[in-house]
Design a protein around this ligand. Structure first.
Ligand SMILES: *[C@@H]1O[C@H](CO)[C@@H](O)[C@H](O)[C@H]1NC(C)=O
Length: 657
């Protein structure tokens, strides 16, 4: 019971630490109406809107803002600098024509007007816009480094949901089945018509900052704490008039070729001193993450862990103890004849496996991913990688992966040497190139598709070169260094000697056959993590933000424990059945969790997403394949290491003559 207590306490502690303090290093920006001349106070008077790439839940292909004919700023020079994580994972942040002055309310001001005449270019642009509306593409705007949200009532719930994106328009299909976005207003109901949301009502809240001295500025100042908007559609916009002159919605027929679209906005600034700047993200995150479900998931995992730990403890303490006592009591040869169980195979357990090279290489790479995940999660828990630090999470993971080539090379080399391998050159090369090569290969292929589709997610050529440089310039040499030290060390010594002639393995029952064991092995670890996976997949594919790194860290620990324990348990049963081929089996047992992961991703694709088109399916499964591959490498190595430790431990405790 103390174990439960400790687990719960740790959970509480981590969950609190990780959600309550985030964002070290990101300082609040002060805004003010006007600065007195010569004032020292550092404040901005202009509130800029930045626009990110547009994406859709119905395709995996995002597009840049300027690809649609909206209101982009002409000079892209002023785009904010993006980090590697942002570029690789498709964010493209650009300045826009929407610019406000702090604390100056504006009603219905035009940002730009686009005219479409009956020419080829116009037709092409309008068609692209129609396609965007049909596929429900979403804007993602950013003000003061926070997402501009669109909050609306969810059907059947009293609470508001705040989305970080808003649709570019809506389309009512012929069957009269309205798309989500058309629900905003009953006005948008004509059949087979595209409504363009060309107007936004923005409300920006700011906190005047208690105790802060604005006397060097004129009138007022503060820190922005939220920006919410409502998309609207107006066919004609009269500036400065309430409700923009009250014209009807701007609709675009399926065949229409001529159209003027005026993009406009209203903005009002409201004081709200109740929300602190440091918790300004809370309203977005709270509407997305469900702490109760998280707790439920943790409880669920803890139960599995306890169950497994109980089993393992029982084996370790009772069975093993009894086995050992019995084995070590038998001192004459006669008794030894009656030996049975795992001791019998002592002359074979450490016989090197077939394809030892491959196993060593996979393990090396798995260890690399293990440390990458661990360190990333620690940083995330300390708050360095919160959603406000755009792209930081991915940058951190990428850089760590590259820098952790040394452990990969070292582990791979040591295991390979332990297997008695001599082709050390192939070992080093495979460790450095095989797994990263597979990942890069898939990534490159997906990029080609995105590039053909002219998507913004296709990474620029320079970034591709940068990635290659990171791989060849840093990761590969580091792997070599690790391998050098790994080969220099003596091979890991086994507690028992291996016989010359391999023992015959008796016929196995269905439960101790290789495949059923492997398939069963993955179930429990997967059972511990699948609720968390749901949130992670949501954050990747459904614009949800993921920030509960405390929970994730816990779940990671639980995953490590369950993988190890499940593998050890199965390994023990196999050894008792005198089947000593445990090397690969221990790896595959926990790597099989990845297969369940993949099945879960298919389920998610079918039930949660409404992706359209083969390109999207291809991209979805391409990215999923990369994730699942990395995940399997990770869990496989965990199982292997745990099992190796266990086998060494038990055989070092028996006396073998
Ligand atoms: C702007 O509009 C809001 C809400 O309509 C109002 O509370 C606020 O006083 C206005 N600000 C100015 C400077 O007029």
């Amino acid at each position: 019971m103390t174990a439960v207590g400790i687990t719960m306490l740790t959970a509480l502690f981590l969950a609190n630490v990780c959600s309550s303090f985030y964002l070290p290093g990101l300082a609040p920006v002060a805004y003010c109406t006007q600065k007195k001349e010569g004032s020292e106070k550092n404040c901005k008077t202009d509130v800029m809107v930045y626009v990110n790439r547009l994406n859709s839940l119905e395709t995996v292909v995002p597009f840049e803002y300027s690809r649609f004919d909206f209101c982009p700023e002409d000079d892209e020079e002023h785009s904010p600098v993006e980090n590697l994580g942002q570029v690789v994972f498709g964010e493209r942040i650009r300045p826009s024509r929407y610019k406000f002055s702090f604390d100056k309310n504006v009603t219905c001001k035009s940002a730009c007007t686009k005219s479409y005449k009956d020419d080829k270019e116009s037709i092409e642009k309008l068609n692209f816009l129609r396609k965007g509306i049909r596929l429900n593409y979403q804007h993602h705007w950013i003000i003061d480094n926070m997402p501009v949200t669109w909050c609306y009532h969810v059907e059947g719930s009293t609470e508001k949901y705040c989305s970080t994106g808003f649709p570019i328009g809506c389309y009512v299909t012929i069957k009269g089945h309205p798309r989500d976005a058309c629900v905003i207003s009953p006005e948008y109901s004509a059949k087979d018509t595209y409504y363009i949301f060309n107007h936004v009502d923005i409300v920006i809240q700011y906190n005047e900052g208690k105790g802060e001295d604005w006397s060097s500025t004129l009138i007022s100042g503060g820190h922005l704490i939220s920006a919410r908007l409502h998309p609207r559609s107006f066919s004609k916009v009269t500036e400065n008039s309430p409700n923009c002159g009250g014209s009807g919605p701007l609709s675009l027929g399926a065949k229409q070729k001529k159209l003027d679209i005026t993009y406009s906005y209203s903005v009002s600034f409201v004081v709200n001193n109740n929300v602190k700047w440091s918790s300004r993200w809370d309203y977005i995150l709270e509407s997305m993450q469900h702490t109760n479900i998280q707790w439920f998931s943790i409880m669920n995992s803890v139960v599995i862990v306890l169950f497994l730990s109980g089993m393992v403890a029982m084996i370790m303490l009772r069975t093993l103890h009894k086995d050992l006592a019995r084995y070590n009591q038998m001192d004459n040869a006669e008794d030894a004849q009656e030996e049975f169980g795992w001791k019998l195979v002592h002359g074979d357990v450490f016989r090197p496996p077939r394809k030892g090279m491959m196993l060593a290489v996979l393990n090396g790479n798995g260890i690399q991913i293990f440390f990458m995940t661990l360190i990333t999660l620690v940083f995330a828990c300390l708050g360095f990688l919160s959603p406000a630090n755009r792209g930081a999470l991915m940058t951190c993971a990428l850089v760590l992966y590259v820098c952790l080539g040394t452990p990969a090379g070292y582990v791979s080399a040591r295991i390979y040497k332990t297997f008695g391998g001599e082709k050390w050159k192939s070992n080093v090369l495979l460790t450095a190139f095989l797994c990263p090569g597979v990942i890069f290969g898939i990534f490159f292929l997906l990029n080609l598709i995105l590039w053909i589709k002219q998507s913004s997610a296709a990474i620029p050529f320079t970034t591709l070169l940068a990635l290659l440089a990171l791989w060849f310039g840093i990761s590969v040499p580091l792997t070599f260094v690790g391998a050098y030290f790994g080969f220099k060390k003596r091979a890991i010594e086994h507690p028992v000697r291996t016989n010359q002639i391999p023992r015959q393995i008796p016929d196995q029952s269905i439960y101790t056959k290789a495949l059923p064991g492997i398939v069963m092995g993955g179930v429990l670890p997967f059972g511990c993590i699948f609720i968390q996976l749901f949130f992670i997949l949501n954050s990747i594919w459904s614009n949800q933000m993921y920030y509960m790194f405390g929970f994730l860290f816990l779940v990671f620990l639980i995953l490590v424990v369950t993988c190890s324990e499940a593998t050890i348990l199965l390994c023990y049963f196999h050894l008792c059945a005198e089947d000593y081929h445990w090397w690969w089996r221990s790896y595959l047992t926990s790597a099989f969790t990845g297969v369940y992961f993949f099945i879960y991703c298919i389920h998610y694709y079918m039930t949660k997403l409404e992706m359209q088109g083969t390109a999207s399916a291809f991209l979805y499964f391409g990215y999923t394949l990369i994730i699942v591959f990395l995940f399997s490498l990770l869990t496989g190595s965990i199982g292997f290491c745990a099992c190796f430790w266990f086998v060494s431990k038990i055989y070092s405790s028996v006396k073998v003559d």
